[in-house]
Design a protein around this ligand. Structure first.
Ligand code: MIG
Length: 812
């Protein structure tokens, strides 16, 4: 440390001699960009040279501009997150005495020369979207590099992934340094993952910034109250950010996921209800649990083996006393519609004769000290070495070893402890990763360790089986959506945790990762029956619907109350079953939302600022857990101790799902929220496909797709999606999509011709019309009369064939 400082100081003195930085700055180790020297055009942008740095400003597209500031020019570059290349065209490149400017189709980029500042404007009206703070701009303090940016009056900041506090980050200081945040609370930070991408909203404008720097980073919005500036920076590495200038939050997230990638479709069973425990201690216990679900007719698709499946906590082993026949167990589970997923830990026990350990040492697969000695950390297995997922050869090795599981038919994994985390929380910065010639320092790769582990597991399963991996990661960096889903970590059985977990999931959805969930019911502690009921109602809308809790009977008996839904007494159990069955009914709607996330990067859960960015009510603390699931279902979470709630209904007409009562939005309203009826609203004009619930996703259903159409005065449409739910064939044409639209003027619902080669599993469509008044007792389907039957409550229905060609339904 001392030596480092000294070196820096010497470098600094010599620099100051050359460029005459003023003395007080030099003493503080502060260095600014310096004076403008020259610029040149490079492909897709410009390169500007100052006395202290070179700055490349490059258009990736008309709405994505990258700013890369380097002190040593032309350093090789490497991003763990970004997967696209610059493709933007620039025009109107112009130099004046004070500025250099260029345009893309939609943005005007301005580099001010003195002092060097970079600003982004809307091209059509020259409105400033975002820019450097005039006083500070980009500067270094030692190795730390920070960009101080202009703050607008009433600016809101959303994004940054897994964060626990208010969804609007103004007033917060947020740090990204992945840690095992067990027991986290609303003010806990940092957390398990790093997603350094945020969006700003001000003056009817939106913009986004992705700071692609893997070092420990800080986003400081705390001075915002003073109206001064905000900043983001990192302990090391480059100032390297991507600016997004699309005109809506939706557009910005779409661009962000173009840059950092989108999810592939998960296996359909991964959308089912998943039951987990730390741990089901044996094969018998696991099969018992699975059977109980079937006996009590509570739908479930997945079940978990936590660390107790291993022989002395050694990854890639089974404790054969309690799990004598894994292949047999996996097959028995499959027979009753269950998929097994198992935990993986990155640290491997030091034990001669343990194959993975021996191979790992021989193949250089562990993190090491600079002198080559292997780093040892402590986990349940005792002294262990840390798998070096930063090294591509190591990832390959891990991928091959996954055969140990995939050979038994296991394609589901949970990557735990991948912050990485040990029983002693601090890992020395002295360790090194990557290939030996090109070692990477822990400080640089710490935040991407989890991403690279999840990637390795994903690729291993995919390569070996050709099936879609069910892959969960606890830690992450931006780009994780390409490989894994996430859950919020070790929460507790309280209302406060339930509400906080919702905010975390919403914020991750704003940050490119849709496939998220939380331990429904709480990991630690026992939920009251009411809390379990509420949480299950909400969990049913989470992309990842998981109930995981700690109970290690046979070991330290921390918690003996089962959280499995069948274990609750009758009235509660029936409510839990109802929520889970509702989830299974909703699968066609949800799966279509997954498709939108996978194809277009559209979040599955939409915090209200996503769709109503300029309505200031949606930033009110009390409304920030409300969200849209898909496009048309609004969920207003309510704690388990309340039976009514004040909620904010955004603009437009809505119907309460349970009562079909119509309510005009754009205002705060009081609604009843009895224990058995979470406030959920359907947008007028909504088209919602559902199915008759099954007990597991691969169970043959009744072949009827229920299409719920809710009366509305504006046009609406829905893209329905289906595929085989398990392979990657959908990427080669084996999919089924169909646009379904409602035209209120013509009173026509159109199911467009289906696209793709997949054959729908639904042979019939049951049309259900909600809140349409004065309909005659028939509709015309492609010109032929079909009888409409009255189904009470203002609902009428008709059954038609699900033919592939266009189906035009005219109401009378
Ligand atoms: O410190 O593998 O978050 O889900 O059950 C415990 C045991 C380590 C932490 C995970 C949790 C998992 C547990 N793991």
């Amino acid at each position: 440390m001392h030596l480092h400082l000294k070196k820096f100081f010497i470098a600094f003195i010599s620099l100051s001699l050359v460029i005459c930085v003023n003395k007080s700055q030099a003493q503080q180790g502060i260095e600014q960009l310096g004076n403008y020297l020259s610029f040149k055009k490079i492909s897709n942008g410009v390169s500007v040279t100052t006395t202290n740095a070179s700055i490349n400003v490059i258009a990736y597209s008309s709405n994505i501009i990258r700013v890369r500031v380097q002190k040593d020019n032309n350093k090789e570059e490497m991003s763990y997150a970004v997967i696209s290349e610059p493709k933007g065209n620039i025009s109107e490149l112009n130099e004046t005495d004070t500025t250099i400017t260029f345009s893309t189709d939609s943005l005007l980029v301005q580099v001010e020369k003195k002092p060097l500042r970079i600003n982004f404007y809307k091209k059509n009206n020259n409105q400033l979207l975002s820019g450097d703070d005039e006083t500070l701009g980009i500067l270094w303090a030692g190795t730390e590099v920070t960009d101080y940016r202009k703050l607008f009056k009433d600016e809101k900041i959303i994004g940054l992934g897994q964060k626990t506090g208010d969804i609007n980050h103004i007033g917060q200081v947020l740090v990204n340094y992945n840690v095992d945040a067990a027991g986290f609370r609303p003010d806990t930070d940092p957390l398990y993952s790093t997603m350094p991408f945020y969006m700003g909203i001000h003056d009817s404008l939106t913009y986004g910034i992705f700071f692609d720097n893997t070092y420990k980073s800080t986003f400081d919005f705390n001075l915002a109250g003073t109206g001064q500036y905000y900043s983001f920076g990192a302990e090391g590495g480059e100032m390297n950010y991507y600016f997004f200038g699309a005109s809506s939050i939706a557009g910005i997230i779409s661009d962000y996921t173009t840059l950092t990638g989108r999810m592939t479709m998960p296996p359909m069973w991964g959308l089912g209800y998943i039951q987990s425990r730390y741990s089901y201690m044996s094969e018998t216990s696991l099969l018992n649990v699975a059977n109980k679900f079937r006996q009590t007719h509570i739908p479930c698709d997945g079940i978990f083996c936590d660390i107790d499946y291993m022989d002395h906590f050694k990854v890639f082993t089974w404790n054969r006393d309690s799990f004598p026949d894994t292949k047999g167990m996996v097959d028995s589970l499959k027979k009753i519609g269950f998929h097994l997923y198992v935990i993986l830990d990155p640290a491997l026990k030091i034990e001669k004769g343990y194959t993975l350990y021996d191979e790992g040492v021989a193949g250089n697969h562990f993190a090491r000290y600079p002198n080559g000695k292997l780093f040892t950390g402590s986990v349940w297995a005792g002294a262990s070495h840390l798998t070096d997922f930063i090294n591509p050869d190591t990832r390959k090795w891990w991928e091959d070893n996954l055969k140990f599981y995939t050979n038994d038919g296991i394609t589901g994994f949970l990557n735990d402890m991948d912050e990485p985390s040990f029983l002693v929380k601090i890992t020395p910065n002295a360790i090194q990763f990557g290939d030996k010639k090109n070692s990477l320092a822990y400080k640089q790769v710490h935040n991407v360790f989890g991403l690279q582990m999840a990637r390795s597991t994903y690729e291993g399963v995919k390569d070996q089986t050709g099936l879609r991996p069910f892959n969960i990661s606890r830690s992450a960096y931006s780009g994780i959506q390409r490989y894994a889903s996430m859950w919020t970590g070790d929460n507790q059985a309280t209302d406060m945790h339930m509400m906080m977990d919702i905010r975390m999931c919403l914020s991750m959805n704003l940050t490119g990762l849709s496939y998220v969930g939380m331990n429904v019911g709480g990991f630690v502690g026992n939920p009251t029956p009411q809390l379990m009921e509420r949480w299950m109602q909400i969990g049913a809308y989470m992309p990842l619907f998981i109930n995981h809790y700690i109970n290690r009977s046979n070991a330290d008996e921390i918690n003996l109350q089962p959280h499995e839904p069948y274990a609750f007494d009758a009235p509660v159990r029936d409510e839990l079953r109802k929520s889970i069955r509702y989830r299974y009914a909703l699968l066609p709607y949800l799966y279509s939302a997954f498709y939108q996330a996978s194809k277009n990067g559209i979040p599955i859960l939409k915090a209200l600022p996503y769709s109503y960015s300029f309505d200031k009510m949606v930033y009110e603390t009390k409304y920030q857990e409300e969200f849209l699931c898909g496009d048309d279902i609004l969920v207003a979470p309510v704690v388990s101790t309340a039976d009514s709630a004040q909620i904010y209904l955004p603009e437009g007409l809505w119907y309460r799902n349970s009562t079909e009562e119509a309510m005009e939005g754009g205002k705060e309203i009081n609604v009843a929220a009895p224990m058995n009826d979470l406030p959920v609203f359907i947008k007028a004009g909504a088209i919602i496909p559902i199915q008759t619930p099954v007990e597991y996703t691969s169970q043959k259903g009744d072949g009827i797709l229920e299409l719920n159409i809710w009366f509305g005065k504006t046009k609406n449409n829905f893209t329905y999606y289906e595929d085989d739910g398990s392979t990657f064939k959908y990427q080669d044409g084996s999919y089924y999509t169909r646009n379904i639209s409602w035209d209120p003027e013509e009173k026509v619902i159109t199911l467009n011709k289906k696209e793709g080669n997949f054959v729908s599993k639904f042979q019939q469509v049951k049309l259900i019309f909600h809140k349409f008044s004065g309909l005659k007792n028939y509709i015309m389907v492609n010109g032929k009369k079909v009888t409409l039957t009255d189904n009470n409550n203002n609902k009428e229905e008709a059954m038609i064939n699900n033919s592939d060609g266009i189906i035009s339904i005219k109401l009378n």
